[in-house]
Design a protein around this ligand. Sequence first.
Ligand code: SAM
Length: 282
Amino acid sequence: MTNVLRWRHRISLPDGTVTPGIQDSPALLKRLHLPEDLSGKTVLDIGCSDGFYSFECERRGASRVLAVDNYSSPLIDSPSGFQRAHTLLCSKVEFRQADLFSLNPDEDGCFDIVLFLGVLYHLRHPLLGIEHIASLCREKLILETRLDSPFGLWGALKRRLLGPDNRSPSMRFCEGAQVNSDPTTWWTPTAQCVKAMLRSCGFCSVKQVDKQGWRGIFHGDSPRCGSDVLDLVQSLGSQRVALAYKKETGRSLEEKEVVETLREVSIPQFAAIKQRAFELNG
Ligand SMILES: C[S@@+](CC[C@H](N)C(=O)[O-])C[C@H]1O[C@@H](n2cnc3c(N)ncnc32)[C@H](O)[C@@H]1O
């Protein structure tokens, strides 16, 4: 492949060739439990690298895909792979070379599905990152990450101290290229830690859908997808929730609009409205 020094993804191109990525992207795709039909859905792919997952979402019918990467990892090539594949696939995926934290829900919108694959451990401030993603996610987050390694001396020690099924929600700080000789890998969390962080940022129905060696895949839903909105309105009453909404946003709501409106707010906003509603005197 001309102009691309190092491919990460294995992308099938229209001429029948496959880009020589170091990652078996089709195999990882199968483990993500990404919905087969994404018709009408909007997708944000954070840390898109060569774009395999963005292009796949487009192929599955997504109405809008925004692919974002700051290309900060020394193990990843510049955007050249993404750009080459984008051209050859005649893709309409939007692309931005940018940092996750530069995305703004007011300007960029919220996305039904957010892909956050192999990026969590590259963030110096992972909880802040998940919190920021919550403000951009309308329906579902699919997160893939390296986990605290069960192998090596550290793993052996932990198994001895905590038992084989380490349930502690902890995260190991990896100073100075300890993992994959990559100085941009800062953290390796346990699976329990990933789930706890997602819950603390307002995600619901958090579950680990796959694990392989020291990597895991997690799903988290926005409260609007489950019964949270209805539960809140039923338990506190639409008048009280409408009042909490007004106090939080400054906007008035008809009682009959409450459920529909709450299904559109971002995850942190829902959490804030819920808290206000509980704080109001009944
Ligand atoms: C290990 S690669 C994963 C690539 C792809 N998502 C996958 O699963 O194959 C991590 C990617 O995230 C990008 N990245 C790291 N921190 C980022 C940030 N703060 N904002 C945007 N992209 C970031 C890196 O440049 C790199 O391309």
